[in-house]
Design a protein around this ligand. Structure first.
Ligand SMILES: [Zn+2]
Ligand SMILES: [Zn+2]
Length: 410
């Protein structure tokens, strides 16, 4: 009886040890897999594999159900360092937890409990709270560690808000913006509820269907929201509150040759990496949203001062007062959404004054450059638009009367 019990007991110890060993190996391998996926994510899953996310990649490569793949990647993001858009590192929320996970010492529920607590702890207390939780985790299960976490939070964050002398917890926001080799940019991210709601309200307003004189709006919902995002960027770049870069409004440098800018044929270099057509550069160069570096025949920068004048603040105000918003027929966009369009492009010698400028929203500005619509200043000094022949064979001029002051509003 005694020998039998001893026999069973030593077997049990060996089995338990083996379970522990295998779990350590599995957990360590899973932590390494997570770190690898986070690394892949930062280098660009789409560029490397053509998948939309690291979780999708894992789902297909490993036949891992999507929710499990997403949990694994999400967990790995919290315990591995990240990278900012410019490539600079962001420290992990729970680096010591990441190290313990890599050593195979933590179960997944334990990692989740610890990172969940740390996400709510004021940043200054994060590393000491993490050390406490990890020490306790060596001897306790994840439920007990969760109870300790609740006590830590109750102490550091009473009533769910940080004490006055401690920085409030920053909302969890992430944004990924990457340029793929094809020149297409990919945007993804996650935001707290408030930011998400505000972004959604902004984009909803900008993505409304357009019912102007240009005909029905056939854009799909994603296309409308893509255009809305582009408009939102223009709007932010137009904001006087935008932080200055070296004393100037933030701008993107476009290098284009004068020949290409005049003809609208050829390519322009955008920023450090991108490329845009010369026709597109011509639209941007029309106002001052993007400052073109116009190059001569031997790629030497030409003196822009002789070529054009920027639309001065005074002239812009006069333009705002005259047009009161996008001048395109049927457009309701207010002045802050608008750019100045040179009727005769400054690259072709057009003057920068009221007789040659029209206020236009980004959408109608591009439409004007690309389509058969034409604009001119009528005898009364107001802009009027000539539709392309396929819209009106007689090309009768049209005006926007949506910005007119109502007679009874005075
Ligand atoms: Zn223009
Ligand atoms: Zn417009």
């Amino acid at each position: 009886m005694t020998s039998n019990a001893a026999h069973t007991s030593s077997d049990a110890v060996a089995f338990a040890d083996r379970i522990g060993e295998l779990l350590t190996t599995m957990r360590s391998a899973e932590a390494e897999l997570g770190a690898l996926l986070v690394d892949i994510e930062q280098r660009g899953v789409m560029e490397l594999f053509g998948y939309r996310s690291a979780a999708r990649l894992l789902e297909h490569v490993g036949d891992v159900p999507k929710p499990a793949a997403e949990r694994l990647v999400k967990r790995a993001r919290l315990v591995n360092p990240g990278r900012n858009l410019d490539g600079s590192p962001i420290p992990a929320l729970a680096p010591a937890t990441g190290a313990a996970a890599l050593a195979g010492r933590l179960s997944n529920p334990m990692i989740d409990v610890i990172t969940d607590v740390l996400a709510q702890v004021p940043p200054v207390h994060c590393s000491s709270a993490e050390a406490n939780l990890l020490t306790f985790a060596e001897e306790a299960g994840h439920k007990q560690v969760a109870a300790l976490g609740a006590r830590i939070l109750a102490h550091l964050v009473p009533d769910g808000t940080a004490p006055d002398d401690i920085e409030p917890v920053a909302p969890a926001r992430e944004l990924f913006l990457r340029r793929k080799r094809t020149g297409v940019w990919e945007l993804s991210g996650r935001f707290d509820d408030e930011t998400g709601t505000r972004a959604s309200a902004l984009l909803d307003a900008l993505a409304e269907r357009r019912n102007g004189d240009e005909g029905p709006d056939f854009r799909t919902t994603p296309q409308r929201y893509g255009d809305a995002f582009s408009d939102a960027v223009d709007l932010a770049l137009n904001s006087p509150d935008l932080p200055m870069q070296a004393g100037e409004r933030a701008h993107v440098m476009v290098a284009v040759s004068l020949e290409d800018l005049k003809s609208g044929v050829g390519k322009a270099t955008l920023g450090d990496t991108g490329e845009m057509s010369a026709a597109e550069a011509r639209v941007h160069a029309c106002d001052a949203m993007i400052i073109p570096a116009v190059l001569g025949a031997n790629s030497e920068p030409l003196n822009l001062g002789r070529l054009r004048r920027l639309i001065s603040a005074g002239l812009r105000r006069a333009l705002f007062l005259r047009d009161r918003g996008c001048a395109f027929p049927g457009c309701h966009r207010p002045p802050r959404h608008c750019q100045g369009h040179h009727i005769r492009h400054w690259a072709d010698g057009g003057p920068t004054d009221l007789t040659n400028l029209v206020l236009m929203c980004a959408h109608h500005h591009r439409l004007l450059h690309r389509s058969g619509w034409e604009v001119r200043i009528a005898a009364d000094g107001r802009p009027e638009f000539l539709p392309p022949v396929f819209i009106d064979r007689r090309r009768l001029p049209r005006r926007n009367n949506l910005h007119e002051t109502l007679p009874f509003a005075a």
